[in-house]
Write a new protein. Structure first.
Length: 232
């Protein structure tokens, strides 16, 4: 009787055989959930695929225990032992430690090398944390250096330098005072002229407005005169 594998299970069967082949000591059937093509199947399809594997001798299948303690062990024929299956005591076999793939180094490592976050191994965690620690230490060193520079006493100036600084300040004060005095004199002279200009501008504006009004009245009067007719 020819073996018939449903089309929707062919890819999952190929992936499962490849996964089991990479583990010489074999794998528990529960670990097949790590195979993406197998994990996407429905529970009914998973059981059907396991039945096909066992019925058509695709892999070496050993079942032990009953009920909740039942264990189905799969081993590829390339690594199968010559001893009969009855002599294999699965209960005495130490199950392989689960493995995960690190998202940084992309290497498959046992679960013991992952702490807390199963996406990054401890070695990659240490390498990622090292630059942060170094940057923190550098920042602390720079802050400490700035504080020491601020607290360091400045070099005392000699009397000649103090006298020169005082003379420079006096010259600046005198120059500022002269500028202020000149501004006051200029303002006093400019204010009367500004008032005269504003007054003249006001008169011109009023005269122009009166002229415009007069021209408008004159236009009205001329229009009435043109329409004037003598009635017989």
């Amino acid at each position: 009787m020819a073996r018939i594998t449903p089309p929707h299970l062919e890819m999952a069967l190929s992936r499962v055989k490849g996964y089991v082949m990479r583990h010489p000591s074999g794998v528990d059937a529960k670990d097949l959930l790590k195979v993406e093509a197998f994990s996407r199947l429905k529970s009914k399809d998973r059981q059907q695929l396991l039945d096909i594997i066992e019925r058509y001798d695709q892999l070496e299948v050993t079942c032990t225990g009953k009920g909740a303690k039942a264990v189905t062990w799969l081993r590829h024929k390339l690594h199968a032992t010559t001893a009969p299956a009855e002599s294999v005591e699965i209960a005495a076999v130490e199950l392989a430690e689960p493995t995960f793939v690190c998202c940084d180094c992309l290497n498959e490592k046992p679960a013991s090398e992952f702490t807390g976050d199963i996406h990054r191994c401890t070695a990659c965690d240490a390498r990622a944390a090292a630059p942060v620690v170094k940057e923190t230490e550098t920042l602390s060193s720079n802050i400490e250096q700035k504080e020491n520079e601020a607290m360091a006493p400045k070099t005392a100036l000699n009397p000649n330098e103090l006298r020169k600084q005082a003379e420079a300040l006096l010259r600046q004060a005198e120059e500022a005072e002269r500028c202020m005095t000149a501004k006051d004199v200029f303002k006093k002279q400019l204010d009367p002229l500004r008032r005269e200009v504003l007054l003249a501008h006001t008169k011109v504006t009023k005269g122009f407005e009166a002229m415009v009004d007069g021209m408008a009245e004159l236009d009205k009067a001329m229009a009435k005169l043109r329409d004037f007719k003598v009635e017989a």
